[in-house]
Design a protein around this ligand. Structure first.
Ligand SMILES: NC(=O)c1ccc[n+]([C@@H]2O[C@H](COP(=O)([O-])OP(=O)(O)OC[C@H]3O[C@@H](n4cnc5c(N)ncnc54)[C@H](O)[C@@H]3O)[C@@H](O)[C@H]2O)c1
Length: 311
């Protein structure tokens, strides 16, 4: 069975490990902090059991037997066919771990980073093996949300891009290619625009925290769950996308000009939103809410993509 190394076992590393194991790979998990490694053990097992309960995998125990938690980086990467780095979002830390990985790992193995925002060339460019390095940015939690943004640096070889794309497809993920490096890639740039404007709308009293979230969960999120903004626009007018934009152009230009995506929020607003979130979720624990989110994500994925099954 092919081995995939997961470097960093925080929220992303452990979810990658769950995905790799659920899809028939061996996951070798390492974290610099032994306490994190220990909590990842329980968390990967729990997530696999959740997948079993939802009939997305046959046996959580069988999958979990393919996950190994190891105390060193060296042990993690031995014999790995792919290395997925998910350590802290810090360019110096990533530079240092990639330098070590580049020394340890055979030259034909892809070294991929989960970074949310940092273009790979900021920490991969100095490496001897920079042609096998790229960003493979997942969406949290990757074992339930299929998008992966593959973003090569100008030094990444096409074969590394192709190998990563094929691996992600074998894992049941849905990769997209970021054809030019840009901070935040695609998803987080879109998300930042929405979050910035959401802070503005709530911060300036245009609606409540609850209703802002509802505008997404009952409205925009549903529209965009099956059609992106371009495909949705194409269907919004009988004449297709160009006609839609022509009709909508004046409004669209006025609205984009009036957005405050770089709204300057303060701590008081953040505390107020935090309090509202706690009250609206009836002070249930974050872990409990995450498990509920996961169950809904499984149901949503099944309805959009068909059965989620072990390959
Ligand atoms: N959380 C998200 O929503 C999300 C989504 C997509 C991508 N990402 C990216 O994934 C990466 C990890 O994010 P996270 O949310 O899991 O962070 P996290 O803080 O939960 O976990 C990071 C882990 O890395 C470990 N670590 C730090 N330095 C290390 C080293 N040198 N070797 C081994 N382990 C080391 C830490 O002990 C920690 O457990 C970041 O680059 C982040 O930007 C996060």
């Amino acid at each position: 069975v092919n081995i995939i190394a997961c470097i960093g076992a925080g929220s992303i590393g452990r979810s990658w490990a769950t995905l790799f194991a659920a899809r028939g790979y061996k996951a070798r998990v390492h974290d610099a902090d032994p306490r994190v490694l220990e909590s990842a053990f329980g968390s990967v097992r729990e997530s696999l059991m959740e997948l079993e309960r939802a009939d997305a995998i046959e046996s959580a125990e069988e999958c979990f037997a393919r996950v190994e938690f190891v105390p060193t980086l060296q042990q993690a990467v031995r014999g790995a066919c792919h290395v997925q780095e998910s350590i802290v979002e810090d360019v110096q830390a990533k530079m240092s771990v990639f330098a070590t990985l580049d020394e340890l790992v055979p030259a034909d193995t892809v070294l991929a980073s989960s970074t949310s925002e940092i273009p790979g060339s900021c920490f991969m460019q100095q490496l001897k093996g920079r042609d096998r390095c790229l960003v493979a940015h997942p969406v949290n939690p990757p074992h339930l949300i299929p998008l992966v943004e593959i973003c090569p640096t100008p030094s990444t070889a096409t074969r590394a891009v192709m190998a990563t794309k094929q691996l992600m497809i074998r894992l049941g993920q849905q990769p997209i290619l970021v054809t030019r490096e840009i901070g935040g890639f695609i998803l987080n740039r879109l998300q930042a625009a929405v979050i910035g404007e959401a802070l503005h709308l709530v911060g300036e009293g245009f609606c409540s925290v609850e209703d802002l979230d509802k505008a997404i969960t009952s409205g925009l999120g549903r529209r965009w769950a099956s059609l992106g903004p371009f495909a949705a626009g194409h269907l919004n007018s009988d004449g297709g996308y160009a006609e839609y934009i022509l009709k909508f152009e004046r409004t669209l230009r006025q609205l984009t000009a009036s957005l405050e995506t770089d709204y300057s929020w303060d701590r008081t607003l953040i505390e107020r939103i935090d309090q509202s979130c706690r009250e609206l979720t009836q002070r249930r624990s974050i872990r409990e809410l995450q498990l509920e989110r996961d169950r809904k994500l499984i149901a949503l994925r099944r309805s959009l993509d068909g059965p989620v099954s072990e390959s």
